[in-house]
Design a protein around this ligand. Structure first.
Ligand code: NAD
Ligand code: TDX
Length: 339
């Protein structure tokens, strides 16, 4: 079994590769990654010598390069994590989101058709459903919830999802899609809420909460997401969408206060800054379908997962300190200085 994993030098992709190499010692995993600002080869250093693993620096938009790789590897399965993934960056500069998230997905699916891939899996997001109001806690996203996007990021992911379904219907490509809620855990890039707050706490820097911090996200430990994708690619029904989420809704402000508590830092570090444009209010996944059909349930409780995550950032300072000492400084200044 050969699986091409795109975006495997990023947060979820790398965790997925570790999970798969560990669980399936006879599988070959080929990671293709462009190594954008969000991709880190140091994340994969522990598996670089694993004979079942191959890393190729490649842009998923590079049609010739992707075809050549598929010609060499003849993958059975393709799992597409590669994406521009940060909502705030998409608001500043949407172009690259359309390129990678939509066009890149098209290139991968063309190659998958040409080389008779048995399963093309698209890693999507709950953000394609838009948001839910705070005063309707009875509402959740199901697979039938209409696509209704807010940001250039979520629109590009929704565009890709529609293209994936079109390739299934038009060309018979055997596809599946997973739409997951917010992940957290090791190797999460420090531009995102949880690792950003951990890093800032450790440097006693202000903790920039957008608006009142009342927005709600449904947090899932990354390993649980990886297990869900593993189940879907092996047992999921072709042509189907699966929502993945942990029934773990938290307000941003409560997450930030919890991180302060875990690290013994004062809540006075919290600074309310200008809100994100078009900021989605609440995400909440109904995971009934993946539970009933594939037996998936989240295994890590948030109180344990957040402790493990904080510990990981404390024990792996060199990983994130190297990232935030480089180009990230300019990004941080631009995004936060006059907010
Ligand atoms: P990430 O930003 O940490 O990693 C993305 C990876 O893709 C990086 O290694 C980057 O180098 C690579 N990449 C970017 N453009 C590429 C291109 N053109 N060609 C090849 N590689 C390219 O992202 P993540 O948080 O790990 O998210 C992975 C996937 O999961 C994305 O598709 C995202 O939309 C989806 N998702 C993320 C979350 C979350 O909470 N992080 C939740 C639901 C869905
Ligand atoms: O500095 C911050 N302050 C703040 O209040 C940052 C970076 C974020 N926030 C807020 C915005 C959101 O309400 O925290 C919440 C989480 O923000 P992000 O970590 O940027 O995640 P989100 O926008 O919810 O998107 C994430 O989940 C869905 C991933 O980045 C997406 O790739 C995924 O599809």
């Amino acid at each position: 079994m050969t699986i091409v994993v795109t975006g495997g030098a990023g947060f979820i992709g790398s965790n997925f590769i570790f999970h798969m190499l560990d669980k399936y010692p006879d599988y070959r995993i080929v990671c293709i990654d462009k190594l954008t600002y969000a991709g880190n080869l140091s994340t994969l250093k522990s598996i670089m010598d694993n004979p079942n693993f191959r890393f190729v620096k490649l842009d998923i938009c590079d049609r010739e390069g992707v075809y050549k790789l598929f010609e060499e590897e003849h993958p059975d399965i393709v799992v597409n994590f590669a994406a521009e993934s940060h909502v705030d960056r998409s608001i500043e500069d949407p172009g690259i989101f359309l390129e990678t998230n939509i066009k890149g997905t098209g290139v991968l699916m063309d190659a998958s058709c040409k080389y008779n891939v048995k399963r093309y899996h698209q890693v999507s997001t709950d953000e394609v459903y838009g948001d839910l109001p705070l005063d309707r806690p009875d509402l959740f996203f199901t697979e039938e919830t209409p696509i209704h996007t807010s940001s250039p990021y979520s629109s590009s992911k929704a565009g890709a999802d529609l293209l994936v379904m079109a390739y299934h219907r038009t060309y018979g490509l055997p596809v599946t899609i997973s739409r997951c809620s917010n992940n957290y855990g090791p190797y999460h890039f420090p531009e995102k809420l949880i690792p950003l707050m951990i890093a800032n706490c450790l440097y006693d820097k202000p903790l920039p909460v957008y608006g009142e911090g009342l927005n709600v996200r449904d947090w899932l430990y990354v390993e649980d997401h990886c297990k869900a994708i593993d189940l879907i690619i092996h047992k999921g029904t072709v042509g189907e969408v699966y929502n993945v989420g942990g029934h773990n809704e938290m307000r941003n402000i409560d997450i930030v206060k919890l991180i302060c508590k875990e690290l013994g830092k004062p809540e006075s570090l919290i600074t309310h800054v200008a809100d994100r444009k078009g900021h989605d209010m609440r995400y909440a996944i109904d995971p009934t379908k993946i539970h009933n059909e594939l037996g998936w349930l989240p295994e890590t409780k948030f109180e344990d997962g957040i402790k493990k995550t904080v510990k990981w950032y404390l024990e792996n300072r060199e990983w994130w300190e190297e990232i935030i000492s480089g180009e990230y400084q300019n990004y941080y200044k631009k995004m936060y200085e006059n907010r």
